[in-house]
Design a protein around this ligand. Structure first.
Ligand code: PFF
Length: 455
C-alpha cells in the first residue's frame, strides 16, 4: 500500500518544516506566553517542558510511526497497522477521532486566523496610530460585530490554505513551508532582538529585562494542580498531538528518516518558538505599562496600544501580524491536510477536488463560529455557545481520549517488532520511548482527562 495519492516529502527538511509549521501556531505566540505568565512563569515552564518531552513527544512519535507504517489516511493507516499486529480493524476509530478533532478545531481556528489577517491588513494600511485602551477595545469589538468582515477574512485564510493543499504535498505544502517557516523564525528572532535593543522602559525598568524575569524566574508558590492541567493541555494544543495530522505527515515520510530525532527537533523548535514569542510580546506590554494577563485580548487589544506608543511601532506591528499569519496558516494546512487525505482516500477523488470540497465545507461551518461572537452568543448548549462547545469537545474530550488510545495502541497492542522496525532497535531512543508510551503517557493522560472533565 502507498501513502494517499502516492505522495512523499522530497526531503527531511521539507517534512520537518511542515511538521513544525503545523505545530507552531497561535498556540505558541499568543497562548503560551500568557498562560506561562499566569501560572508562575519559570516554574510553569519547567512543568511544561516535562509534559512536552514526557507526554507530547512520545505521542507524536507514535503517530508518525503509525502513519509511516500504515501508509494511508489516518483510518486506513490504523487499520493496516492493527491488522498487521493481529488486532481488530476497529482501531481505525482512533484515526477517525483525530480527524474529527482536526475538523472541529479547524472551523473555530479559521475564524481566529481571519482576525489575524484582518489585523495584518490594518497594520499595513493604517497602522495603530493614536490607539489607546479605549479605541483598541472599540476596534476589536467592531471586528467581533462585523459578520461580513469576519467572513471575508476567514475566507481569505481558507483560500490560501486551500490553494496550498490543492497544489499537492511537494508542490504545495512542502514548497510553501520551506519558505514560510524560515521567514517566521527570522521575524521572531528579529522582533525579539529589537525588543532587546529598544530603550523602551517604564518606571519599573527595561521592558525586555522585565519580560525575562517574569517568564523565567521561578515562582513555585503560583503552581497548583490547575497549572499542571494547564501545562498538559497547552502541550497537546501546541504540539498538534492526537489530531491525525502528524499521522498523515508521517505517511509521506521516507523510511530512511529517523522519527525519534525528527520529533525531538519538532518539539524543541515548537517550545523554542513559544519561549521566544514571550520575548516578543511581553517587553512591549511591560514597556508600555500594560497588563500582561489580559488573556484573549492580549494580541488584539493590548498590543496595538503598545504599537502606537513604541518607536518603530508601525513596522513592528506589520511584521508581528505577518509572523502570526504565517504561524496560523501553516497550522491550518496541517489540520486541513489531515482530513483531506481521508476524503481523497475514502471517496477516491483527486486531491484538487477533495481540497475544494473540504475548504468549502469548513467555510460553511465557520459561519456558525462567526455568528457565535455576536448574534448567536446566547445560543447555548449546557451553558456553552458554539465556539465553546467545539473547543470543549475537541480539546477536552477528543484530544485526550485520542492521545490515550494512540498510546495504548502503540505501547500495548501494536507488535513490538513493527514499532522497533520503524524506530530502529539499536538506539536507546527506542527503549526510552517504549517505556514512556507504555507506563507514563497512559496514566498521565487518564488522570488529566478525569480531572479535567469531572473536577
Ligand atoms: N499547534 C498549533 C498551535 O499551537 O496553534 C495549531 C493548533 C492546532 C492548535 C490545533 C490547537 C489545535 F487544537
Amino acid at each position: 500500500m502507498a501513502a494517499v495519492g502516492g505522495a512523499h516529502w522530497s526531503s527531511r527538511f521539507g517534512f520537518l518544516m511542515a511538521s513544525v509549521g503545523f505545530a507552531v501556531g497561535l498556540g505558541n505566540i499568543w497562548r503560551f506566553p500568557y498562560i506561562a505568565g499566569e501560572n508562575g512563569g519559570a516554574a510553569f515552564v519547567l512543568i511544561y517542558l516535562a509534559c512536552v518531552f514526557g507526554i507530547g513527544a512520545p505521542i507524536l512519535i507514535a503517530e508518525i510511526l503509525i502513519g509511516r507504517r500504515g501508509q494511508g489516511s489516518p483510518t486506513e493507516a490504523m487499520t493496516a497497522v492493527a491488522l498487521e499486529s493481529g488486532r481488530s480493524k476497529h482501531w481505525q476509530l482512533v484515526g477517525g477521532m483525530g480527524l474529527l478533532a482536526a475538523y472541529t478545531i479547524e472551523i473555530v481556528y479559521a475564524v481566529v486566523v481571519g482576525w489575524v489577517l484582518w489585523y495584518l491588513f490594518k497594520a499595513v494600511t493604517t497602522g495603530f496610530v493614536g490607539f489607546d485602551t479605549v479605541s483598541a477595545n472599540a476596534e476589536f469589538a467592531a471586528v467581533l460585530d462585523s459578520n461580513l468582515g469576519m467572513l471575508w477574512w476567514t475566507l481569505v485564510g481558507l483560500a490560501i490554505t486551500g490553494l496550498i493543499i490543492y497544489a499537492g504535498v511537494k508542490d504545495g505544502i512542502e514548497r510553501a513551508v520551506t519558505v514560510l517557516m524560515p521567514l517566521l523564525f527570522l521575524l521572531l528572532v528579529g522582533l525579539a532582538v529589537y525588543n532587546y535593543m529598544a530603550p523602551a522602559a517604564d518606571a519599573q525598568g527595561h521592558g525586555f529585562s522585565r519580560a525575562l524575569t517574569w517568564l523565567f524566574t521561578p515562582d513555585f508558590s503560583k503552581i497548583n494542580f490547575a497549572s499542571v492541567l494547564a501545562a498538559v493541555g497547552q502541550a497537546f494544543f501546541s504540539l498538534s498531538a492526537a489530531m491525525a495530522g502528524m499521522m498523515v505527515y508521517g505517511s509521506y515520510l521516507p523510511k530512511s528518516v529517523s522519527i525519534t530525532r525528527s520529533v525531538l527537533i519538532i518539539v524543541s523548535l515548537d517550545t523554542g518558538v513559544a519561549l521566544l514569542a514571550g520575548l516578543v510580546v511581553f517587553p512591549v506590554v511591560f514597556a508600555n505599562g500594560m497588563d500582561p494577563a489580559a488573556g484573549a485580548g492580549l494580541i488584539f487589544k493590548t498590543l496595538p496600544v503598545g504599537f502606537a506608543q513604541m518607536p518603530g511601532g508601525h513596522g513592528f506591528s506589520v511584521l508581528f501580524f505577518l509572523m502570526l499569519a504565517v504561524a496560523g496558516i501553516t497550522s491550518m494546512v496541517g489540520l486541513v491536510e489531515a482530513v483531506n487525505s481521508w476524503v481523497e482516500d475514502r471517496f477516491d477523488i483527486p486531491r484538487h477536488k477533495s481540497a475544494l470540497l473540504l475548504v468549502g465545507s469548513i467555510a460553511v461551518f465557520s459561519v456558525l463560529s462567526i455568528l457565535s461572537y455576536n448574534v448567536m452568543d446566547h445560543w447555548t448548549l449546557g451553558g456553552k455557545n458554539f465556539n465553546d462547545s467545539m473547543d470543549y469537545f475537541s480539546n477536552q474530550i477528543l484530544l485526550p481520549v485520542g492521545g490515550l488510545l494512540i498510546a495504548l495502541f502503540a505501547g500495548w497492542f501494536m507488535r513490538r517488532e513493527a514499532s522497533q522496525d520503524e524506530l530502529g532497535s539499536a538506539a536507546n531512543d527506542y527503549a526510552i520511548w517504549y517505556f514512556l508510551i507504555r507506563f507514563v503517557v497512559p496514566p498521565a493522560i487518564l488522570f488529566i482527562f478525569v480531572m479535567g472533565v469531572f473536577a
